[in-house]
Design a protein around this ligand. Structure first.
Ligand SMILES: [Zn+2]
Length: 608
């Protein structure tokens, strides 16, 4: 009897756990004391780490990102040897002087009170545990460290090109993620991140003159002032040279902040959404004021379209060297035209969906955070723009075609750090990742696609979804089999190209259109045929691998669903059930969503 009950309990808990899904948990408490004259700080970190894996851990790894900013580091060498260096980095790390480098020095580390043996290997701290952490068990790590903030080279650092004093990102010893694939202790060479879900309680003591912004809710706003105090409340005049800013951030996988004495600080409120904070240096263009208004409106659209942003706050902060996403915040540079400022803000904010809340392993799947974010960015900018177009992603196809022409493609399965060129990494992650979604929308149809996007957000928020987790949601929502598409789009460099080969006006007394699959990657086809009398017929050819059909989409009134095109067949004939029908025009995918790398051969009359 007991046995049966135990078995039933096991089954019910397993079904809640998304097919055995588990993730580690990290709860950080940090006390940081900043010396802003030397750009150094001391830190005390208490990390309660919960091993939710089924494995016994005998080691742990921390990222020590600041160590990347030292001459001879992996990031430095990588930047000086890659074919097309990022100009922001180039050889700048190799020229940093001792007072300009970054470092983390670990002075003391204990596990549940027991001293630990550890070893620093570049940007990775390798720790042998004093006692294994069993499945389901917790360990408390106490660390004393001191750090120097590097001169800003890439993302984090002091004194960026626009004069922001501190861009404090990837700035503390951070536990590496351990998941179903084991440890991901990736050394920092400049690209993507992956962190443990948890919460942060951070106290930062710094000279009174500084204004801070970042991840987390300020706990002592009335003590701090600087635009944070409750309206009408005078900030308490505290004694001493420094203020201690106390932030708490629940359910995040990273914590970032920035500080400058000259930040202007404004807030706006998204109706039924977060408070938005804007922190920036004096701006004479008026762009930042205009941004506050329009971005607040955009945020409502983002909530409605992609799922509800789950935090009470989001901060847009001037800092860093471009635009970079952090939980509940972004650091972006100023000095852009208004369109550029809005665009980068929308992009980085949308990362709080595709990175912040849906925390994919960015190093392994940069196309899932950069690509999905770029797709959402195009969507939002188009929707709030003056002249919305039907397909705001269409330009991406041209950029993919250029990559293909240049012959430097690598499959999307390439780990972000290991792309051979920055160019291919950029196009693959941002463009090909975005076009992945455009292809899915084309394959399953708009309705199922948008349902799937929201379902993905709701089922996988605060977790680490993989490509297959996303695809399964889309399969369940659309009722179609889609793995063939992802396998080829992500795992190979195969591309899409279909052509209209010929129109045989009277093959056996009928009109026949012959199509050819020129590229290797098979796709379903929407084909619009207009005859000389102006009659329109839509032909739809599913790929057999889909095991189903997309329903007709808006505007496809006279639609004929044709038999499957099996992928092994290089050609396909559309037999138009009509004698001597005079065809005026044929277009493969007039919506321009199909990422056909050569559009010219997909229309009739054939272009001269
Ligand atoms: Zn991005």
């Amino acid at each position: 009897m007991i046995r049966i009950i135990a078995a039933l309990l096991f089954i019910s808990s397993a079904s809640f756990a998304q097919h055995g899904y588990w993730q580690q948990h990290a709860s950080y408490q940090m006390e940081i004391d900043m010396d802003a004259t030397k750009h150094q700080f001391t830190g005390k970190q208490k990390l309660v780490y919960t091993n939710n894996s089924p494995d016994t851990l005998t080691k742990v790894f921390y990222h020590l990102y600041f160590n990347a900013f030292q001459p001879g580091s992996m990031m430095d060498v990588r930047s000086r040897t890659i074919r097309d260096a990022d100009p922001r980095v180039a050889d700048r790390i190799s020229k940093l002087k001792p007072e300009e480098i970054g470092y983390h020095k670990i002075n003391k580390l204990t596990q549940d009170g027991m001293p630990l043996k550890f070893h620093v290997q570049g940007t990775v701290l390798e720790v042998d545990l004093a006692k294994p952490i069993l499945p389901g068990a917790k360990a408390e790590f106490l660390m004393d460290f001191n750090s120097q903030v590097p001169l800003q080279v890439r993302r984090s650092g002091r004194d960026n090109a626009q004069g922001v004093d501190y861009s404090m990102t990837q700035w503390y010893p951070k536990m590496a993620e351990y998941d179903y694939e084991g440890w991901h202790s990736d050394p920092y060479v400049g690209r993507e991140f992956y962190g443990v879900w948890g919460d942060f309680d951070v106290k930062i003591s710094i000279d009174k003159k500084y204004v801070l912004g970042g991840t987390g809710y300020l706990q002592n706003s009335n003590e701090i002032g600087h635009g944070y105090a409750t309206p009408g409340v005078e900030a308490k005049q505290l004694l001493g040279e420094k203020l201690t800013w106390h932030f708490v951030a629940p359910q995040v996988h990273d914590f970032a902040w920035a500080a400058d004495p000259d930040y202007v600080h404004h807030t706006t409120q998204v109706p039924d959404g977060p408070t938005l904070h804007f922190l920036y240096l004096t701006d004479t263009t008026g762009n930042w004021l205009r941004l506050q208004n329009e971005f607040t409106g955009a945020f409502t659209l983002m909530n409605e379209t992609f799922g509800k942003y789950p935090y009470k706050q989001f901060s847009v902060i001037q800092g860093g060297d471009g635009g970079m996403e952090y939980p509940m915040a972004t650091l972006i540079t100023s000095g852009r035209n208004y369109g550029g400022l809005l665009s980068v803000t929308v992009h980085e904010a949308l990362h709080n969906w595709y990175y912040g809340v849906l925390a994919t392993n960015e190093s392994k799947y940069p196309w899932m955070d950069e690509g999905f974010t770029s797709y959402a960015q195009d969507y939002v900018l188009n929707a709030i723009g003056k002249n919305p177009v039907g397909n705001p992603h269409a330009n991406d196809i041209q950029r993919l075609a250029e990559l293909h022409k240049n012959g430097v493609e690598e499959p999307l399965t390439t780990h972000a750090d290991h792309y051979q060129t920055n160019y291919c990494y950029g196009i693959s992650s941002y463009v090909q990742g975005s076009v992945f979604l455009m292809q899915l929308e084309y394959i399953v149809g708009k309705e199922a696609f948008w349902k799937g996007m929201k379902r993905y957000f709701n089922e996988w928020k605060f977790k680490h979804p993989t490509p297959n987790d996303f695809l399964r949601v889309m399969e369940k929502t659309s009722g179609l089999e889609l793995n063939w598409f992802m396998d080829l789009w992500v795992g190979t460099t195969q591309y899409i190209d279909y052509s209209i080969e010929e129109i045989e006006k009277e093959k056996k007394g009928r009109t026949v259109i012959e199509l050819k699959r020129v590229g290797q990657l098979p796709m379903p086809l929407d084909i619009k045929v207009v005859d000389k009398d102006g009659n329109i017929t839509w032909y739809y050819i599913p790929v057999g691998l889909m095991r189903g059909e997309k329903p007709g989409e808006e505007g496809q009134i006279n639609r004929v669903v044709l038999p499957d095109w099996e992928w092994t067949n290089p050609t396909y004939e559309i037999d138009i059930d009509q004698k001597k029908r005079k065809i005026e025009r044929i277009t493969i995918d007039p919506s321009n969503r199909l990422a056909d790398l050569n559009n010219l051969n997909g229309v009739y009359p054939f272009p001269k």
